[in-house]
Design a protein around this ligand. Structure first.
Ligand code: TXA
Ligand code: MG
Length: 335
């Protein structure tokens, strides 16, 4: 049976027991909820892949509770990594580094690098500490679907499994961590997030590429064109286009930012904050609400561009179909 538990000494101990038995446990982080498992145990890591329906060639992030623990996973910690750790850990930043000997292939998908992050959420911290080792934790959703930013989202994804979900409330950041690759000649952001390229550049005093630099880079699962996707066809639309449509007749759910609902039914409208932090925090809950509403389309009011919106626009691009032209019903859920 899958159930949500309030984190306390008893439920953390129960979670640790499950992890020691090789079973996944879902826990909150400041970005999104993770599906945690013992990163040293191949069967435990494989159970996470199975549960998510995730292809085996998509590596996982190792979550640690202390900055020094990065040394247990990385072959060496370059000066640039030390700098970013000092500046951004604990927090929504994942570092890709050359992997240490003995890191299971199941974690890195056989690559020569490993991704490590120290989350800021107190429940994540308490769980990793109590467990006493690194936890792999992909976002706690089925492969290709919207990431969970609340405990109930995880419950919705894995209702029929046997999963303990530690409830840490709504995630503060709301979208996945920034991933920066420090294993190459030049630092490169593989997945944008709350920590921007500009902030990384400032901390490093060096250039950071805003995308993969070399011809062939490690694969990032979010790098697929479609990801983070609701099952309902979802389109980005300008505020003007939404305003000029006859919303009372259209079978649409609107995810708005500056627009106000007017005459549309409240059950077909989600209002997100105008600022990027607030918007990111509410985005996945709004997409899930939109998906449940049973409309034939979801329209998302196009947010602004610029550095603070880059990660949000990245996720929206992957969650939506490019234009009205291919707005037709989805061929099926993405896995
Ligand atoms: O915010 C987050 O990072 C959340 C929370 C739970 O910590 N986790 C998360 O995990 O988003 P996941 O598995 O959904 O996404 C991890 C991403 C994947 O796109 C994966 O390909 C990439 O990290 N990744 C992992 N190891 C890598 C490596 N060695 N090189 C390049 N990318 C890597
Ligand atoms: Mg994910």
């Amino acid at each position: 049976m899958t159930y949500i538990a309030q984190p306390n000494a008893t439920t953390i101990a129960e979670a640790v027991q499950r992890l020691r038995n090789g079973r996944p446990v879902a826990f909150p982080t400041e970005t999104v909820y993770g599906l945690g498992a013992d990163a040293r145990r191949v069967e435990a890591v494989e159970a996470v892949y199975r549960m998510k329906g995730r292809p085996a060639d998509h590596p996982l992030i190792v979550h640690v509770a202390d900055p020094d623990d990065v040394r247990a996973w990385a072959l060496k910690v370059p000066r640039s990594a030390e700098r970013l750790i000092e500046t951004f850990w604990p927090g929504p930043l994942t570092l890709v580094l050359a992997r240490a000997a003995g890191v299971p292939d199941a974690v890195t998908a056989g690559q020569a690098t490993v991704a490590v992050r120290m989350p800021e959420h107190p429940v994540a911290h308490a769980l990793i500490r109590a467990f006493g080792g690194g936890l792999v934790a992909p976002s706690a959703n089925r492969y290709g679907c919207t990431s969970p930013s609340r405990a109930e989202h995880v419950h919705d994804e894995f209702k029929d499994s046997d999963l303990l979900i530690l409830d840490g409330g709504a995630c503060q950041v709301g979208i996945e961590s920034t991933i920066v690759d420090l294993s190459g000649a030049e630092p490169a952001v593989l997945r944008p997030g709350r920590v921007t390229v500009e902030a990384l550049q400032e901390a490093l005093g060096a250039d950071v590429a805003a995308g993969p630099v070399a011809f062939e880079r490690p694969r990032v699962s979010g790098d697929r064109a479609r990801h983070y996707a609701p099952s309902t066809a979802t389109v980005l639309k300008s505020a003007d286009a939404i305003e000029s449509a006859d919303l009372r007749r259209a079978d649409v759910f609107v995810v708005a930012r500056t627009l106000k609902p007017g005459e549309i039914k409240p059950e077909r409208w989600a209002q997100l904050p105008v600022d990027p932090e607030g918007y990111a925090r509410g985005l996945y809950a709004a997409l899930r609400q939109a998906d449940r509403a049973g409309c034939s389309k979801i329209w998302v009011e196009q947010p602004p561009s610029g550095p603070a919106w880059r990660a949000i626009n990245d996720r929206l691009k992957r969650a939506t179909t490019p234009s009205d032209a291919d707005e037709g019903p989805r061929a099926g859920r993405l896995r």
